[in-house]
Design a protein around this ligand. Structure first.
Ligand SMILES: NC(=O)c1ccc[n+]([C@@H]2O[C@H](COP(=O)([O-])OP(=O)(O)OC[C@H]3O[C@@H](n4cnc5c(N)ncnc54)[C@H](O)[C@@H]3O)[C@@H](O)[C@H]2O)c1
Length: 272
């Protein structure tokens, strides 16, 4: 659970969270981020391709007395990405922070990854980010600047125990996209950074391992690989994103902030 007290770090900011639902009960990275931005005073638009998932996050935010609306759309569709940004501008009057959370993976090395899977993963992890970023940047710039936070993965930077070549490569490209945006827009008032999760205990991971045996054993094995001897939570990722999105990080752009309990310290080890 979250341990810090709200202090209005993004008060009155207009935030668009892409993938702010969750694939299951509990706290995913995107859901925790949407709730945290709202707790910290922002107006949040929660975008998800699942109406139920988006609505569940919005209801949580309302129950806490904060402000949010849901917008449904599949961000692999360029027009849907334009519509999500337009809906945000029409309901909030503009945009200050774009948080891009969505990401999927299929397991496999280079030879055994089907082209169809490769394309599916790239469509969500990279193309959708491109569509949303293209739609959001003119609005962010016009509104006097802002911040973008992309959620990548440690596997974009280091090799893990399993091959997920489409996931690793698409997320590495997402990190590069973030730095391209940072370079192009540094003098135009828009900052762009990534949060790089290590082993995080989320409903997405629960769903992923459910097909591969004993969930508790998998959780224990994941935690054992982390120098801090625990998996991270959606709140760890949300807190890092909140910092990068807030004015406290006003001189920070083009960085990849690893949130991994020290996993990167280990030689030859990494995880998704
Ligand atoms: N849990 C971990 O250990 C871990 C590690 C590294 C990186 N990550 C990253 O964290 C992110 C996922 O975190 P989460 O816990 O919020 O996952 P999640 O899958 O529970 O939530 C993501 C939401 O995005 C929505 N979504 C998926 N594709 C979409 C699309 N095309 N258009 C609109 N909405 C879409 C889903 O419906 C879901 O509600 C991913 O980017 C993943 O790569 C997680």
């Amino acid at each position: 659970m979250r341990t810090t007290a709200p202090s209005g770090r993004v008060a009155s900011k207009r935030v668009l969270v892409i993938g702010g639902g969750s694939v299951g009960p509990g706290w995913g990275n995107g859901k925790a981020a949407a709730v945290l931005y709202a707790r910290e005073g922002a107006d949040v638009v929660v975008v998800d391709r699942s109406a139920d998932a988006a609505q569940a996050t919005v209801e949580l935010i309302h129950e806490e007395g904060s402000r949010a609306t849901a917008h449904i759309g599949d961000m692999t569709d360029p027009q849907a990405a334009q519509d999500a940004v337009a809906a945000t501008v029409s309901s909030l009057g503009g945009l200050d922070i774009l948080h891009f959370n969505i990401g999927i993976s299929t397991r496999g090395g280079i030879v055994d990854t089907a082209l169809e899977d490769w394309r599916k993963v790239f469509a969500v992890n990279l193309d959708a980010a491109f569509h949303v970023t293209q739609a959001a940047l003119p609005v962010l710039e016009q509104d006097g600047g802002g911040a973008i936070v992309y959620i990548t993965t440690l596997a974009a930077h280091l090799n893990g125990p399993y091959a997920y070549v489409g996931y690793e490569t698409s997320k590495a490209a997402l990190s590069r996209l973030s730095r391209s945006v940072a370079a192009e827009y540094a003098a135009r008032g828009v900052r762009s950074n990534t949060v790089v999760p290590g082993m995080i205990d989320t409903p997405h991971v629960h769903a992923h391992v459910a097909t591969s045996g004993d969930g508790a054993a998998v959780a224990q094995a994941r935690a054992a690989q982390v120098p801090m001897k625990r998996q991270g939570t959606g709140w760890d990722i949300a807190e890092a994103a909140l910092f990068l999105a807030s004015d406290a990080a006003g001189f920070i752009t083009g960085v990849d902030l690893r949130v991994d309990g020290g996993m990167s310290i280990l030689m030859g080890n990494a995880a998704i």
